[in-house]
Ligand binder design. Structure first.
Ligand SMILES: NC(=O)c1ccc[n+]([C@@H]2O[C@H](COP(=O)([O-])OP(=O)(O)OC[C@H]3O[C@@H](n4cnc5c(N)ncnc54)[C@H](O)[C@@H]3O)[C@@H](O)[C@H]2O)c1
Length: 375
């Protein structure tokens, strides 16, 4: 175990920041991530960063102070999607590594710009989601890698709900450019599928936008009308380089459904992978043949029993300190962003889109990496 620590700062102290701060500081059952030395929180709304800082006993500072701080080597960017690249570029210009919430950018060109700037500066980009590092998803990966499924045929991926305006306090960004079910939820599903199956080679899609405006139904903005600038019901198919074909449904227009989030099919067995928005959940396998039934796959990999958002940041910090690659990396996020943009292009143009950004499957997390310290 290495006692080295990396100074980190947060820009964006809204809704999701509490999940990161809880996981890093070891609230509830979690051990925390000692490699992450939180030096400050910033937000364009100083009252938001001050409130979070007070809640967690941390320091609030201005964005300029954070960028100028020699004690901060990595900035976690938890702003809204439309600000991800602009804020990320400012951090890179200040000499900081950047870990961004998803999506990496609101389109491929933006994401590419961020990665190119990081490469020029010799700095690293990391990106959410890191849920694919969760114990259940790593367990599913080990089943796939064992060959138990036989030849990989395909699968299904479904995230369908009536929309986030029923719970998020400020949901308008979900219906703005950079929002929508694909850019919002697609990263979890597509990243996990790339972790399980490898690179996507092509994408086909159809999508619709049923309502031009929608009311907020959550407090405190209940009744406010939001303009819808993105498609809200998206279906399509992902063709993987290994030949597997996965059917996809991503929607903010569905009242209810009974599909599981992720299923994988092989010639010898099928695998149920739990919700990729979470680190844990049940993994189930059913072999081909009469008399076979769905059987639970015991989850023995770590990080399955809580909300470990920031696991990817901890892995990145260890990667920087130990000079090894990190798993939730910019190349993976850019590949996923190209795939997500392809849903829009495929639907608009009525054609199948080839995916060009190369990506390597991240190394599995070894089962020995426990208690918040990663090798
Ligand atoms: N809320 C969730 O459950 C959730 C879950 C996973 C991921 N995310 C992702 O996390 C990101 C943030 O989501 P959220 O729900 O916390 O949003 P939010 O609106 O609650 O918070 C965003 C914060 O960023 C600040 N901000 C916006 N633009 C900025 C800029 N240019 N410079 C500095 N600060 C800026 C805002 O003032 C706000 O405090 C999004 O990319 C979202 O997709 C959210």
């Amino acid at each position: 175990m290495s006692g080295k620590r990396l100074g980190i700062g947060f820009i964006g102290a809204g809704n999701i920041s509490s999940a990161y701060l809880r996981a890093i500081t070891g609230h509830e059952t979690m051990a925390g991530f000692p490699v992450l030395d939180i030096r400050g929180l910033a937000d364009m709304r100083p009252e938001a960063s001050q409130a979070r800082a007070t809640e967690f006993g941390l320091s609030a500072m201005s964005i300029d102070e954070m960028l100028a701080s020699p004690d901060i080597q990595l900035i976690v960017n938890l702003t809204i999607p439309r600000a991800h690249v602009e804020v990320g570029l400012r951090c890179l210009a200040a000499g900081k590594h950047v870990y961004s919430e998803k999506p990496l950018g609101i389109n491929y060109a933006e994401g590419r710009q961020l990665l190119d700037a990081a490469n020029r500066a010799g700095l690293r980009i990391g990106s959410a989601p890191d849920t694919f590092l969760g114990g259940s998803h790593q367990q599913a990966r080990s089943v796939v890698d064992s060959g138990a499924l036989g030849q990989l045929v395909g699968g299904t991926a479904f995230f369908q709900c009536p929309g986030h305006e029923s719970w998020h306090p400020d949901p308008a960004f979900y219906y703005d450019i950079g929002g929508g079910p694909v850019l919002d939820m697609g990263p979890y599903y597509i990243t996990d599928l790339v972790n399980l199956l490898g690179p996507v080679a092509r994408v086909s899609a159809m999508s619709s936008r049923l309502r031009a405006q929608r009311p907020v139904t959550s407090e405190p903005r209940k009744g406010e009308i939001m303009d819808v600038r993105i498609d809200t019901h998206v279906t399509g198919a992902l063709g993987f380089a290994n030949g597997a074909i996965v059917q996809v449904g991503l929607s903010f227009d569905v009242a209810a459904h009974k599909h599981v989030p992720l299923e994988l099919y092989g010639t010898e067995a099928s695998l149920i992978v739990p919700d990729p928005n979470f680190f844990g959940g049940d993994v189930e396998l059913r072999k081909r043949g009469k008399g076979e039934d769905w059987t639970p796959v015991p989850v023995t990999q770590p990080y399955a029993d809580g909300n470990y958002r920031s696991l990817g940041v901890a892995d990145m910090a260890h990667g920087i300190l130990d000079n090894r690659p990190h798993r939730a990396n910019g190349d993976l996020a850019l590949h996923v962003l190209e795939v997500m943009e392809a849903f829009e292009t495929a639907s608009r143009d009525g054609r199948t889109i080839d995916i060009k950004t190369p990506v390597a499957r991240p190394e599995p997390l070894a089962s020995s990496l426990r208690n918040g310290v990663l090798g």
